[in-house]
Design a protein around this ligand. Structure first.
Ligand SMILES: NC(=O)c1ccc[n+]([C@@H]2O[C@H](COP(=O)([O-])OP(=O)(O)OC[C@H]3O[C@@H](n4cnc5c(N)ncnc54)[C@H](OP(=O)(O)O)[C@@H]3O)[C@@H](O)[C@H]2O)c1
Length: 382
């Protein structure tokens, strides 16, 4: 399968870059609907968005300098209360986040949605979330325009990608990736694979890290068999590919609805099971590992081999099933870059997207249908 999107290059020039000079025609009709008090909080130069001590432990850098012309304010999507997509507001005067010593500032070219974005917005992780208001977005691809004083490897101009929240549910950043700029720890980023454009790269980090970490924790290895429940989703589409092309699975089976069976096969599935016609738990096969992305842990345990593992991302966990929460790590992306650059592993971008920056609400509504194929990507920004 060829990558769905062709390659593009983000044009950035030191000292000439100003986001308001970039094309924003699609945004010109948007109204500033953020309440005035919230706008002032977001844009005030003396009281920028407060950042969580959990997610950004390093002290604010006094030395972060840039040869790029970085503005003090930016366009971003923001919510000031938990709720439906209606709480999402576009704001053109959000403070550009400060850069800590161990962070870089990324000019965002593309971002991507994950279910955690809408679950967080709904307030499901309220107890461990950073304080509102929130600029949402975990996944990013873009260009480094400023580096903190302790940054060792990355430099201005580097094209990078990553999941900006090391712990998905523990104090995720207030300044997410659905913005023109986001500040990210160097250790969470990797250089963007050269053969991928920003939109393709943005869809990978959280999903591929989840796929990889789950396979590792399950003890998956060369010659083992696996059943992927939800093979067409953001995570499932990468579990199939990593199991087959990186870990050396002997056999990969996966489930989806009728219209997506060919996608599963194109990704490397030896058996594509149509869940609208067959119950996987009634089939005779048993697997070394079941990777459940859809919340069917109770049925999954019936088809795992004695001594096997069941990775459960959502829903009930029944032994030998186990659940984990993904940890963002740039090193995992670096490790997988050769497989991406050789096209052994390919990004799957849902064909309803990429959604332009003005259509973030539509992108949220779409991923919330639970029917996306691969990743829901936001591009260009702006
Ligand atoms: N614990 C963690 O660290 C972690 C990390 C990432 C994600 N997650 C969670 O894992 C889940 C999946 O994430 P994702 O990004 O892959 O979501 P996603 O991309 O939104 O998943 C959508 C896909 O799920 C498929 N699907 C839905 N119901 C299905 C069923 N009964 N059987 C087979 N396929 C089904 C759909 O295919 P059809 O249209 O064919 O049904 C669709 O392609 C979410 O709940 C997410 O919050 C957890």
């Amino acid at each position: 399968m060829e990558p769905i999107l062709s390659s593009t290059t983000l044009q950035l020039r030191p000292h000439h870059l100003h986001p308001h000079s970039l094309s924003s025609s699609s945004l010109s009709t948007l109204k500033l609907t953020t309440p005035r008090s919230l706008r002032q909080k977001l844009s005030s130069p003396v009281s920028p968005l407060r950042v969580s001590a959990n997610s950004q432990a390093a002290p604010a850098s006094t030395e972060a300098k840039s040869t790029y012309s970085v503005p003090s304010q930016m366009k971003a999507w923001v919510y000031g209360e938990y709720g439906s997509v209606d709480v999402l507001k576009f704001d053109s005067s959000v403070s550009v986040p400060p850069v800590k010593d161990d962070q870089v500032l990324v000019k965002v070219a593309a971002a991507a949605l994950n279910p955690v974005d809408f679950k967080r917005r709904l307030g499901k992780f309220k107890a461990t979330d950073s304080p509102l208001p929130t600029v949402p977005g975990y996944d990013v691809a873009g260009v480094v325009v400023k580096v903190g004083s302790q940054v060792k490897s990355l430099k201005e101009g580097d094209e990078v990608y990553g999941n900006i929240n090391e712990k998905a549910l523990e104090g995720p950043k207030q300044f997410g990736s659905f913005a023109e700029y986001t500040a990210v720890e160097e250790k969470l980023l990797a250089l963007k694979p050269k053969n991928l454009d920003f939109a393709q790269a943005a869809g990978l980090p959280l999903a591929i890290q989840t796929a990889y970490e789950g396979l590792e924790r399950s003890g998956f290895s060369d010659g083992k068999s696996i059943l992927v429940l939800g093979g067409a989703g953001g995570v499932g589409s990468l579990v199939i590919q990593l199991a087959k092309h990186v870990f050396g699975a002997s056999r990969v089976a996966a489930t989806s609805s009728t219209g997506k069976l060919e996608v599963l096969k194109s990704l490397g599935a030896d058996l594509a099971i149509d869940y609208t016609k067959e119950n996987f738990e009634d089939l005779p096969d048993k697997y070394d590992v079941i990777y459940d992305t859809v919340g069917q842990g109770d049925k999954a345990v019936k088809v795992v081999k004695e001594g096997g593992s069941v990775v459960v991302l959502t829903g009930a966990v029944i032994p030998p099933g186990f659940r984990f929460v993904v940890t963002a790590n740039g090193a995992v992306l670096e490790k997988l870059n050769p497989f991406l650059e050789s096209s052994k592993v390919k990004p799957v971008v849902d064909s309803k997207g990429p959604f332009p920056f003005a259509k973030v609400v539509e992108a949220f509504s779409y991923i919330e249908t639970n029917r996306a194929t691969g990743k829901v990507v936001i591009h260009p920004i702006p």
